[in-house]
Design a protein around this ligand. Structure first.
Ligand SMILES: [Zn+2]
Length: 155
């Protein structure tokens, strides 16, 4: 359980780095240019970002000391989470509110994919939303109407 938490946290750190380090951002930007987010967005990454993430992932596994079984479980949970929070599900706000206390939701991650820089630099978590709460990077205060209008403006 601790290994899964540490894998999730170190992925949060990696995601922050992909936004803060100019070389990494050049590759990660490709994931953010998709203006019509849906579950397929979760799979669209530049090959350069994927290659640069390999040493990071190896360090995650080596330093945390993760067994292959635990790693496989985390990878499966991560894939489900990423497909879910990139999806275009429009959940009722109340449901979003309950879910994003624990996990990353589509609206929460949609704010991260905003074109507004202060919104892009928030909501970096990929599994548990706790990491954004811990670091003060959680943004949920984008009015729903504004959020929807931003999505339509981007089309
Ligand atoms: Zn990002």
């Amino acid at each position: 359980m601790l290994a899964v938490l540490l894998l999730d946290y170190s992925l949060y750190v990696w995601h922050v780095l992909t936004h803060r380090v100019p070389l990494l951002w050049r590759f990660h930007l490709v994931h953010h240019v998709d203006l019509d987010m849906d579950a397929s967005t979760a799979l669209r990454f530049h090959l350069g970002e994927l290659l640069l993430s390999v040493p990071w992932r190896a360090a995650q596994i080596g330093l945390i000391g993760v067994s292959w079984r635990v790693y496989a479980i985390w990878q499966a949970l991560l894939m489900l989470s990423i497909l879910f929070h990139h999806s275009n599900f429009r959940l009722p706000l109340r449901v979003e509110g309950y879910l994003n206390r624990l996990i990353v939701t589509p609206r929460m991650h949609g704010i991260h994919h905003s074109i507004a820089s202060d919104e892009v630099n928030s909501n970096w978590s990929s599994g548990l939303s706790f990491w954004d709460r811990l670091h003060g990077t959680l943004r949920l205060d984008v009015p729903f109407v504004l959020y929807i209008s931003i999505l339509f403006e981007r089309r």
